[in-house]
Write a protein that binds this ligand. Structure first.
Ligand SMILES: Cc1cc2nc3c(=O)[nH]c(=O)nc-3n(C[C@H](O)[C@H](O)[C@H](O)COP(=O)(O)OP(=O)(O)OC[C@H]3O[C@@H](n4cnc5c(N)ncnc54)[C@H](O)[C@@H]3O)c2cc1C
Length: 468
Protein backbone atom coordinates (compact mmCIF):
# COMPACT_ATOMS: atom_id res chain seq x y z
CA UNK A 1 0.00 0.00 0.00
CA UNK A 2 1.36 3.40 -0.91
CA UNK A 3 0.28 6.26 1.30
CA UNK A 4 -0.30 9.63 -0.28
CA UNK A 5 -0.64 12.86 1.61
CA UNK A 6 -0.34 15.21 -1.33
CA UNK A 7 -3.95 16.28 -1.07
CA UNK A 8 -3.12 17.84 2.24
CA UNK A 9 -1.64 20.92 0.59
CA UNK A 10 2.03 20.60 1.27
CA UNK A 11 3.51 24.06 1.67
CA UNK A 12 6.17 25.31 -0.70
CA UNK A 13 9.69 24.89 0.71
CA UNK A 14 10.66 27.97 2.70
CA UNK A 15 12.88 30.57 1.14
CA UNK A 16 16.29 30.26 2.78
CA UNK A 17 16.75 33.00 5.32
CA UNK A 18 20.06 34.67 5.80
CA UNK A 19 21.13 35.46 9.31
CA UNK A 20 23.98 37.50 10.61
CA UNK A 21 26.58 34.81 11.25
CA UNK A 22 29.47 35.18 13.65
CA UNK A 23 32.54 35.27 11.44
CA UNK A 24 36.28 35.40 11.93
CA UNK A 25 39.45 33.91 10.46
CA UNK A 26 38.43 31.00 8.28
CA UNK A 27 40.81 28.10 7.96
CA UNK A 28 40.52 24.34 7.78
CA UNK A 29 41.17 22.68 11.14
CA UNK A 30 44.21 20.47 11.12
CA UNK A 31 45.73 18.51 13.93
CA UNK A 32 47.68 20.94 16.06
CA UNK A 33 51.34 20.43 16.74
CA UNK A 34 51.47 19.32 20.42
CA UNK A 35 54.64 21.36 20.96
CA UNK A 36 52.78 24.58 20.10
CA UNK A 37 50.38 24.00 22.94
CA UNK A 38 53.11 24.05 25.53
CA UNK A 39 54.83 27.13 24.11
CA UNK A 40 51.99 29.61 24.28
CA UNK A 41 49.58 30.77 26.96
CA UNK A 42 46.30 29.29 25.91
CA UNK A 43 42.92 27.89 26.92
CA UNK A 44 42.06 24.24 26.45
CA UNK A 45 38.66 22.94 25.39
CA UNK A 46 38.05 19.26 26.14
CA UNK A 47 35.46 17.79 23.75
CA UNK A 48 34.54 18.72 20.19
CA UNK A 49 30.76 18.28 20.06
CA UNK A 50 28.50 21.27 19.38
CA UNK A 51 29.21 22.74 22.82
CA UNK A 52 32.99 22.53 22.41
CA UNK A 53 32.77 23.81 18.84
CA UNK A 54 30.62 26.76 19.93
CA UNK A 55 33.08 27.55 22.75
CA UNK A 56 35.95 27.38 20.24
CA UNK A 57 34.07 29.63 17.81
CA UNK A 58 33.62 32.29 20.48
CA UNK A 59 37.18 32.06 21.81
CA UNK A 60 38.43 32.45 18.24
CA UNK A 61 36.18 35.47 17.69
CA UNK A 62 37.70 37.03 20.84
CA UNK A 63 41.23 36.13 19.63
CA UNK A 64 41.82 33.90 22.67
CA UNK A 65 44.38 31.23 21.76
CA UNK A 66 43.13 27.69 22.47
CA UNK A 67 43.57 24.04 21.71
CA UNK A 68 40.51 21.82 21.36
CA UNK A 69 41.17 18.24 22.46
CA UNK A 70 38.81 15.66 20.97
CA UNK A 71 39.01 12.01 22.02
CA UNK A 72 37.67 10.56 18.79
CA UNK A 73 38.93 10.85 15.24
CA UNK A 74 36.37 13.50 14.20
CA UNK A 75 34.58 16.58 15.48
CA UNK A 76 30.82 16.90 16.06
CA UNK A 77 30.20 14.46 18.93
CA UNK A 78 26.64 13.17 18.77
CA UNK A 79 25.91 15.18 15.62
CA UNK A 80 27.39 13.02 12.88
CA UNK A 81 26.61 11.57 9.46
CA UNK A 82 28.31 8.54 7.91
CA UNK A 83 28.49 8.14 4.18
CA UNK A 84 27.97 4.46 3.35
CA UNK A 85 27.87 3.37 -0.30
CA UNK A 86 26.32 6.70 -1.32
CA UNK A 87 23.76 6.77 1.53
CA UNK A 88 23.93 9.50 4.18
CA UNK A 89 23.29 7.88 7.55
CA UNK A 90 22.79 10.29 10.43
CA UNK A 91 23.86 8.73 13.72
CA UNK A 92 20.33 8.56 15.04
CA UNK A 93 17.24 10.42 13.84
CA UNK A 94 17.90 14.13 14.34
CA UNK A 95 16.02 17.14 13.02
CA UNK A 96 17.27 20.68 12.77
CA UNK A 97 14.79 23.32 13.95
CA UNK A 98 15.50 26.52 12.04
CA UNK A 99 14.05 28.72 14.81
CA UNK A 100 16.85 27.87 17.27
CA UNK A 101 18.15 31.38 18.10
CA UNK A 102 21.75 30.43 18.89
CA UNK A 103 21.96 28.36 15.71
CA UNK A 104 20.69 31.38 13.77
CA UNK A 105 23.61 33.37 15.20
CA UNK A 106 26.30 30.76 14.57
CA UNK A 107 25.32 28.94 11.39
CA UNK A 108 25.13 29.93 7.75
CA UNK A 109 21.70 28.49 6.88
CA UNK A 110 21.80 28.92 3.09
CA UNK A 111 25.11 27.03 2.99
CA UNK A 112 23.46 24.09 4.77
CA UNK A 113 20.88 23.85 1.94
CA UNK A 114 18.15 22.87 4.40
CA UNK A 115 15.49 20.46 3.19
CA UNK A 116 12.23 21.01 5.10
CA UNK A 117 9.85 18.41 6.48
CA UNK A 118 6.13 18.95 6.02
CA UNK A 119 5.11 20.61 9.32
CA UNK A 120 2.81 17.89 10.53
CA UNK A 121 2.87 14.13 10.93
CA UNK A 122 1.28 11.08 9.41
CA UNK A 123 0.00 8.99 12.29
CA UNK A 124 -0.40 5.20 11.98
CA UNK A 125 -3.27 4.06 14.16
CA UNK A 126 -3.00 0.31 13.59
CA UNK A 127 -4.67 -2.36 11.54
CA UNK A 128 -7.64 -2.50 13.87
CA UNK A 129 -8.41 1.20 13.61
CA UNK A 130 -11.33 2.35 11.47
CA UNK A 131 -10.16 2.56 7.85
CA UNK A 132 -7.81 4.08 6.79
CA UNK A 133 -4.95 3.23 9.17
CA UNK A 134 -3.05 6.46 8.46
CA UNK A 135 -4.19 9.94 9.44
CA UNK A 136 -2.46 13.18 8.61
CA UNK A 137 -2.24 15.67 11.40
CA UNK A 138 -1.51 18.42 8.95
CA UNK A 139 0.60 21.23 10.26
CA UNK A 140 -0.59 20.93 13.84
CA UNK A 141 1.74 23.66 15.02
CA UNK A 142 1.28 26.32 12.36
CA UNK A 143 -2.08 25.68 10.69
CA UNK A 144 -3.87 23.42 13.13
CA UNK A 145 -7.36 23.70 11.68
CA UNK A 146 -6.48 24.31 8.06
CA UNK A 147 -6.66 20.77 6.88
CA UNK A 148 -10.09 19.26 6.86
CA UNK A 149 -8.69 15.76 7.15
CA UNK A 150 -6.81 16.79 10.30
CA UNK A 151 -9.98 18.06 11.90
CA UNK A 152 -11.91 14.94 11.05
CA UNK A 153 -9.17 12.43 11.84
CA UNK A 154 -9.63 10.19 14.88
CA UNK A 155 -6.26 11.38 16.27
CA UNK A 156 -7.81 13.32 19.14
CA UNK A 157 -11.04 15.28 19.33
CA UNK A 158 -11.87 18.62 17.69
CA UNK A 159 -11.25 20.45 21.03
CA UNK A 160 -7.82 18.71 21.11
CA UNK A 161 -6.94 20.13 17.71
CA UNK A 162 -8.08 23.60 18.69
CA UNK A 163 -6.03 23.23 21.85
CA UNK A 164 -2.94 22.34 19.80
CA UNK A 165 -3.45 25.56 17.87
CA UNK A 166 -4.02 27.61 21.00
CA UNK A 167 -1.00 26.12 22.75
CA UNK A 168 1.05 26.86 19.67
CA UNK A 169 -0.10 30.48 19.57
CA UNK A 170 0.58 30.88 23.28
CA UNK A 171 4.04 29.31 23.04
CA UNK A 172 4.98 31.40 20.00
CA UNK A 173 4.00 34.60 21.82
CA UNK A 174 5.66 33.76 25.15
CA UNK A 175 9.17 35.16 25.69
CA UNK A 176 11.80 32.52 26.44
CA UNK A 177 12.44 34.12 29.84
CA UNK A 178 8.79 33.60 30.81
CA UNK A 179 8.91 29.94 29.69
CA UNK A 180 12.14 29.36 31.59
CA UNK A 181 10.72 30.81 34.80
CA UNK A 182 7.30 29.17 34.50
CA UNK A 183 6.31 26.55 37.10
CA UNK A 184 8.08 23.32 36.15
CA UNK A 185 6.44 19.92 36.00
CA UNK A 186 6.68 16.91 33.70
CA UNK A 187 5.49 17.19 30.10
CA UNK A 188 2.82 14.53 30.79
CA UNK A 189 1.35 16.57 33.67
CA UNK A 190 1.65 19.79 31.69
CA UNK A 191 -0.30 18.32 28.75
CA UNK A 192 -2.96 17.01 31.12
CA UNK A 193 -3.20 20.41 32.83
CA UNK A 194 -3.64 22.07 29.44
CA UNK A 195 -6.63 19.80 28.85
CA UNK A 196 -5.38 17.45 26.11
CA UNK A 197 -7.32 14.20 25.95
CA UNK A 198 -5.54 10.86 26.49
CA UNK A 199 -6.38 10.04 22.86
CA UNK A 200 -4.30 12.83 21.31
CA UNK A 201 -1.53 12.32 23.85
CA UNK A 202 -1.21 8.58 23.17
CA UNK A 203 -1.78 8.69 19.43
CA UNK A 204 0.18 11.79 18.50
CA UNK A 205 1.96 13.74 21.23
CA UNK A 206 3.59 10.76 22.98
CA UNK A 207 5.23 9.22 19.88
CA UNK A 208 6.08 12.68 18.54
CA UNK A 209 7.75 13.87 21.74
CA UNK A 210 9.31 10.45 22.44
CA UNK A 211 11.05 10.82 19.07
CA UNK A 212 12.53 14.13 20.29
CA UNK A 213 13.29 13.44 23.96
CA UNK A 214 13.54 9.59 23.86
CA UNK A 215 11.23 9.62 26.86
CA UNK A 216 7.92 7.82 26.17
CA UNK A 217 6.72 8.44 29.72
CA UNK A 218 6.91 12.20 28.99
CA UNK A 219 8.79 12.85 32.25
CA UNK A 220 10.84 15.55 30.49
CA UNK A 221 10.58 19.08 31.90
CA UNK A 222 7.50 21.05 30.85
CA UNK A 223 9.79 24.04 30.28
CA UNK A 224 11.78 22.15 27.69
CA UNK A 225 8.57 20.97 26.03
CA UNK A 226 7.37 24.58 25.81
CA UNK A 227 10.69 25.80 24.41
CA UNK A 228 10.79 23.08 21.72
CA UNK A 229 7.08 23.59 20.96
CA UNK A 230 7.80 27.27 20.46
CA UNK A 231 10.72 26.56 18.09
CA UNK A 232 8.52 24.13 16.13
CA UNK A 233 5.85 26.81 15.85
CA UNK A 234 8.22 29.54 14.72
CA UNK A 235 10.35 27.75 12.15
CA UNK A 236 10.83 24.73 9.94
CA UNK A 237 12.03 21.22 10.72
CA UNK A 238 14.74 20.40 8.26
CA UNK A 239 17.72 18.27 7.28
CA UNK A 240 20.89 19.73 5.79
CA UNK A 241 21.41 18.42 2.26
CA UNK A 242 24.74 16.84 3.29
CA UNK A 243 23.34 15.21 6.44
CA UNK A 244 22.94 16.41 10.00
CA UNK A 245 26.73 16.24 10.51
CA UNK A 246 27.02 19.27 8.22
CA UNK A 247 25.96 21.45 11.16
CA UNK A 248 29.03 20.47 13.15
CA UNK A 249 31.27 20.50 10.07
CA UNK A 250 30.31 24.08 9.33
CA UNK A 251 31.49 25.18 12.78
CA UNK A 252 34.59 22.98 12.62
CA UNK A 253 35.63 24.24 9.19
CA UNK A 254 35.78 27.81 10.46
CA UNK A 255 38.16 27.15 13.36
CA UNK A 256 41.67 28.56 13.16
CA UNK A 257 44.22 26.23 11.58
CA UNK A 258 46.08 24.11 14.09
CA UNK A 259 43.62 24.67 16.93
CA UNK A 260 42.24 21.10 17.01
CA UNK A 261 43.83 17.88 18.15
CA UNK A 262 41.90 14.71 17.29
CA UNK A 263 42.49 11.34 19.01
CA UNK A 264 43.43 13.28 22.15
CA UNK A 265 41.58 11.89 25.16
CA UNK A 266 41.79 13.89 28.39
CA UNK A 267 42.03 11.77 31.52
CA UNK A 268 42.70 14.37 34.20
CA UNK A 269 41.79 18.01 34.65
CA UNK A 270 44.31 19.75 36.91
CA UNK A 271 42.90 23.15 37.93
CA UNK A 272 45.77 23.91 40.34
CA UNK A 273 48.46 23.47 37.69
CA UNK A 274 46.24 24.78 34.87
CA UNK A 275 46.80 21.72 32.73
CA UNK A 276 45.06 18.74 31.16
CA UNK A 277 46.61 15.28 31.10
CA UNK A 278 45.98 12.96 28.17
CA UNK A 279 45.72 9.17 28.21
CA UNK A 280 49.21 9.09 26.67
CA UNK A 281 50.57 10.78 29.80
CA UNK A 282 51.21 14.02 27.94
CA UNK A 283 50.34 17.25 29.75
CA UNK A 284 48.72 20.12 27.82
CA UNK A 285 49.12 23.53 29.40
CA UNK A 286 45.95 25.58 29.88
CA UNK A 287 47.10 28.76 31.61
CA UNK A 288 44.01 30.70 30.46
CA UNK A 289 41.54 28.08 31.67
CA UNK A 290 39.95 24.73 30.84
CA UNK A 291 36.51 24.32 29.25
CA UNK A 292 35.12 20.84 29.82
CA UNK A 293 32.70 20.19 26.94
CA UNK A 294 32.22 16.44 27.14
CA UNK A 295 28.98 14.49 27.55
CA UNK A 296 27.57 14.22 31.08
CA UNK A 297 28.87 10.76 32.13
CA UNK A 298 32.38 11.69 30.99
CA UNK A 299 32.16 15.14 32.64
CA UNK A 300 31.30 13.45 35.93
CA UNK A 301 34.40 11.26 35.60
CA UNK A 302 36.70 14.18 34.75
CA UNK A 303 35.30 16.49 37.44
CA UNK A 304 34.21 14.21 40.30
CA UNK A 305 34.53 17.01 42.88
CA UNK A 306 32.55 19.58 40.94
CA UNK A 307 29.71 17.56 39.36
CA UNK A 308 27.17 15.45 41.17
CA UNK A 309 26.72 11.95 39.70
CA UNK A 310 23.33 11.30 38.11
CA UNK A 311 21.72 7.88 37.89
CA UNK A 312 22.57 6.05 34.65
CA UNK A 313 18.98 4.74 34.65
CA UNK A 314 17.85 8.23 33.63
CA UNK A 315 19.81 8.13 30.36
CA UNK A 316 17.77 8.41 27.20
CA UNK A 317 18.60 5.83 24.55
CA UNK A 318 17.53 5.17 21.00
CA UNK A 319 18.14 2.74 18.16
CA UNK A 320 18.06 3.91 14.56
CA UNK A 321 17.81 1.31 11.79
CA UNK A 322 18.45 2.17 8.15
CA UNK A 323 17.24 0.28 5.09
CA UNK A 324 17.70 0.89 1.40
CA UNK A 325 14.63 0.45 -0.80
CA UNK A 326 13.62 0.70 -4.42
CA UNK A 327 10.69 3.02 -3.78
CA UNK A 328 9.11 5.03 -0.98
CA UNK A 329 5.71 4.04 0.37
CA UNK A 330 5.29 7.71 1.29
CA UNK A 331 6.72 10.23 -1.16
CA UNK A 332 5.79 13.34 0.78
CA UNK A 333 8.47 14.76 3.11
CA UNK A 334 6.62 13.81 6.27
CA UNK A 335 7.44 12.14 9.59
CA UNK A 336 5.42 9.00 10.36
CA UNK A 337 4.46 8.27 13.95
CA UNK A 338 3.33 5.02 15.49
CA UNK A 339 0.10 5.96 17.27
CA UNK A 340 -1.13 2.38 17.50
CA UNK A 341 0.36 1.71 20.93
CA UNK A 342 1.79 -1.57 19.57
CA UNK A 343 5.15 -2.67 18.24
CA UNK A 344 8.75 -1.52 18.58
CA UNK A 345 8.80 1.31 16.00
CA UNK A 346 8.27 4.78 17.45
CA UNK A 347 8.69 6.87 14.31
CA UNK A 348 10.05 6.48 10.80
CA UNK A 349 10.40 8.38 7.57
CA UNK A 350 11.60 8.03 4.04
CA UNK A 351 14.69 10.21 4.29
CA UNK A 352 14.99 10.61 0.53
CA UNK A 353 11.46 12.03 0.43
CA UNK A 354 12.81 14.92 2.54
CA UNK A 355 16.34 15.13 1.12
CA UNK A 356 16.99 13.15 -2.10
CA UNK A 357 20.74 13.55 -1.44
CA UNK A 358 20.46 10.93 1.34
CA UNK A 359 20.68 8.04 -1.19
CA UNK A 360 22.29 7.32 -4.54
CA UNK A 361 20.13 8.15 -7.57
CA UNK A 362 17.16 5.82 -7.96
CA UNK A 363 17.38 4.47 -4.41
CA UNK A 364 15.38 5.29 -1.29
CA UNK A 365 16.65 5.57 2.30
CA UNK A 366 14.31 4.40 5.06
CA UNK A 367 15.02 5.57 8.61
CA UNK A 368 13.32 3.74 11.48
CA UNK A 369 13.63 4.86 15.11
CA UNK A 370 13.05 2.89 18.30
CA UNK A 371 13.07 4.49 21.74
CA UNK A 372 15.10 2.72 24.44
CA UNK A 373 18.34 0.74 24.40
CA UNK A 374 16.99 -2.70 23.37
CA UNK A 375 20.04 -4.20 25.08
CA UNK A 376 20.08 -7.96 24.67
CA UNK A 377 18.40 -7.84 21.25
CA UNK A 378 20.68 -8.49 18.27
CA UNK A 379 20.77 -5.95 15.41
CA UNK A 380 19.53 -8.51 12.87
CA UNK A 381 16.64 -9.51 15.12
CA UNK A 382 15.57 -5.87 15.61
CA UNK A 383 15.87 -5.09 11.89
CA UNK A 384 13.77 -8.16 11.02
CA UNK A 385 11.11 -7.23 13.55
CA UNK A 386 10.99 -3.63 12.28
CA UNK A 387 10.51 -4.80 8.68
CA UNK A 388 7.73 -7.22 9.69
CA UNK A 389 6.03 -4.48 11.70
CA UNK A 390 6.26 -1.93 8.89
CA UNK A 391 5.04 -4.58 6.46
CA UNK A 392 1.88 -4.43 8.59
CA UNK A 393 1.75 -0.66 8.04
CA UNK A 394 2.36 -0.56 4.28
CA UNK A 395 1.77 -4.13 3.13
CA UNK A 396 4.39 -6.90 2.74
CA UNK A 397 4.97 -6.07 -0.94
CA UNK A 398 6.17 -2.54 -0.02
CA UNK A 399 8.89 -3.76 2.37
CA UNK A 400 9.96 -6.77 0.27
CA UNK A 401 12.79 -4.79 -1.39
CA UNK A 402 14.15 -3.28 1.83
CA UNK A 403 17.77 -4.16 2.56
CA UNK A 404 19.21 -3.55 6.00
CA UNK A 405 22.07 -1.03 5.76
CA UNK A 406 23.14 -0.28 9.31
CA UNK A 407 21.87 -0.04 12.89
CA UNK A 408 22.97 2.71 15.26
CA UNK A 409 22.56 2.08 18.98
CA UNK A 410 22.92 5.30 20.92
CA UNK A 411 23.08 4.37 24.60
CA UNK A 412 23.53 7.92 25.81
CA UNK A 413 21.49 9.99 23.39
CA UNK A 414 20.50 12.70 25.84
CA UNK A 415 20.89 13.33 29.58
CA UNK A 416 18.01 13.07 32.00
CA UNK A 417 15.79 16.13 31.64
CA UNK A 418 13.18 15.44 34.28
CA UNK A 419 12.44 18.31 36.68
CA UNK A 420 14.18 20.06 38.29
CA UNK A 421 16.20 21.17 35.28
CA UNK A 422 17.98 24.32 34.15
CA UNK A 423 17.18 24.70 30.45
CA UNK A 424 18.23 28.34 30.76
CA UNK A 425 21.74 27.08 31.50
CA UNK A 426 23.87 26.63 34.59
CA UNK A 427 26.77 28.76 35.77
CA UNK A 428 29.76 27.61 33.69
CA UNK A 429 32.37 28.36 36.39
CA UNK A 430 32.79 25.25 38.53
CA UNK A 431 36.26 25.91 39.96
CA UNK A 432 39.29 28.11 39.59
CA UNK A 433 39.86 28.37 35.84
CA UNK A 434 37.53 25.44 35.08
CA UNK A 435 34.34 25.90 33.07
CA UNK A 436 31.67 23.37 32.12
CA UNK A 437 29.44 23.31 29.08
CA UNK A 438 27.50 20.71 27.12
CA UNK A 439 23.85 19.81 26.67
CA UNK A 440 23.65 18.55 30.29
CA UNK A 441 24.54 22.07 31.40
CA UNK A 442 21.69 23.74 29.50
CA UNK A 443 19.13 21.83 27.41
CA UNK A 444 19.73 18.71 25.34
CA UNK A 445 19.26 20.38 21.99
CA UNK A 446 21.63 21.66 19.32
CA UNK A 447 20.80 25.14 20.57
CA UNK A 448 21.27 24.35 24.25
CA UNK A 449 24.69 22.80 23.61
CA UNK A 450 25.79 25.87 21.63
CA UNK A 451 24.44 28.34 24.22
CA UNK A 452 26.36 26.53 26.95
CA UNK A 453 29.56 26.62 24.88
CA UNK A 454 29.24 30.37 24.31
CA UNK A 455 28.65 31.01 28.00
CA UNK A 456 31.71 29.00 29.01
CA UNK A 457 33.86 30.90 26.50
CA UNK A 458 32.48 34.25 27.68
CA UNK A 459 33.16 33.38 31.34
CA UNK A 460 36.73 32.33 30.54
CA UNK A 461 37.35 35.50 28.52
CA UNK A 462 35.89 37.63 31.32
CA UNK A 463 37.99 35.96 34.01
CA UNK A 464 41.11 36.64 31.95
CA UNK A 465 40.18 40.30 31.53
CA UNK A 466 39.68 39.90 27.76
CA UNK A 467 36.09 41.12 27.90
CA UNK A 468 34.40 42.99 30.70
C1 LIG B 1 20.04 10.33 18.28
C2 LIG B 1 19.98 11.76 18.73
C3 LIG B 1 18.99 12.59 18.23
C4 LIG B 1 18.95 13.92 18.60
N1 LIG B 1 18.01 14.71 18.03
C5 LIG B 1 18.07 16.04 18.24
C6 LIG B 1 17.23 16.91 17.51
O1 LIG B 1 16.47 16.46 16.65
N2 LIG B 1 17.30 18.24 17.77
C7 LIG B 1 18.15 18.75 18.72
O2 LIG B 1 18.17 19.95 18.91
N3 LIG B 1 18.95 17.94 19.44
C8 LIG B 1 18.96 16.60 19.21
N4 LIG B 1 19.79 15.78 19.89
C9 LIG B 1 20.60 16.34 20.99
C10 LIG B 1 21.89 17.00 20.50
O3 LIG B 1 22.48 16.24 19.48
C11 LIG B 1 22.85 17.09 21.68
O4 LIG B 1 22.21 17.75 22.74
C12 LIG B 1 24.15 17.85 21.35
O5 LIG B 1 24.67 17.45 20.12
C13 LIG B 1 25.15 17.62 22.47
O6 LIG B 1 26.36 18.27 22.17
P1 LIG B 1 27.52 18.31 23.26
O7 LIG B 1 28.65 19.05 22.66
O8 LIG B 1 26.98 18.76 24.56
O9 LIG B 1 27.93 16.78 23.51
P2 LIG B 1 28.61 15.66 22.51
O10 LIG B 1 28.04 15.86 21.18
O11 LIG B 1 28.38 14.40 23.21
O12 LIG B 1 30.13 16.08 22.48
C14 LIG B 1 31.05 15.67 23.47
C15 LIG B 1 32.39 15.44 22.79
O13 LIG B 1 33.39 15.21 23.78
C16 LIG B 1 34.23 14.18 23.34
N5 LIG B 1 34.88 13.60 24.53
C17 LIG B 1 34.31 12.81 25.47
N6 LIG B 1 35.19 12.50 26.42
C18 LIG B 1 36.35 13.12 26.08
C19 LIG B 1 37.63 13.19 26.71
N7 LIG B 1 37.89 12.57 27.86
N8 LIG B 1 38.63 13.90 26.09
C20 LIG B 1 38.38 14.56 24.92
N9 LIG B 1 37.17 14.51 24.30
C21 LIG B 1 36.17 13.82 24.88
C22 LIG B 1 33.31 13.23 22.62
O14 LIG B 1 34.04 12.35 21.76
C23 LIG B 1 32.41 14.20 21.88
O15 LIG B 1 32.93 14.54 20.62
C24 LIG B 1 19.87 14.44 19.54
C25 LIG B 1 20.86 13.61 20.07
C26 LIG B 1 20.93 12.29 19.65
C27 LIG B 1 22.03 11.42 20.17
Amino acid sequence: MRVHAAHLLLPAPPTPRRHAVLRFTAAAPVNANPADATRKKQAVIVGGGLAGLAAATHLASLSVPFTLLEASDRLGGRVATDEVDGYLLDRGFQIFLTAYPECQRLLDYPALRLQPFFPGALVYLGRHSPSPSFHMLADPFRYPVRSLSSVLSPVGSLPDKLLVGLTRLRAAATPDAAILSSPETTTATHLENLGFSPSIVDRFLRPFLAGIFFDPKLDTSSRLFQLVFKRLALGDNALPEAGIGAIASQLADRLPAGSVRLNARATTINPSSGAVTLDTGETVSAALGIIVAVEQPEAEKLLPQQLPTRSPAAERSTVCIYFSADRAAVEEPVLLLNGSGEGIVNNMFFATSVAPSYAPPGKVLVSVSLVGSFAGRADAELAGEAVRELGGWFGPEEVASWVHLRTYRIGFAQPDQTPPTAPAGREPRVGDGVYVCGDHWCSATFDGAMVSGRRAAEALAQDNGIVS
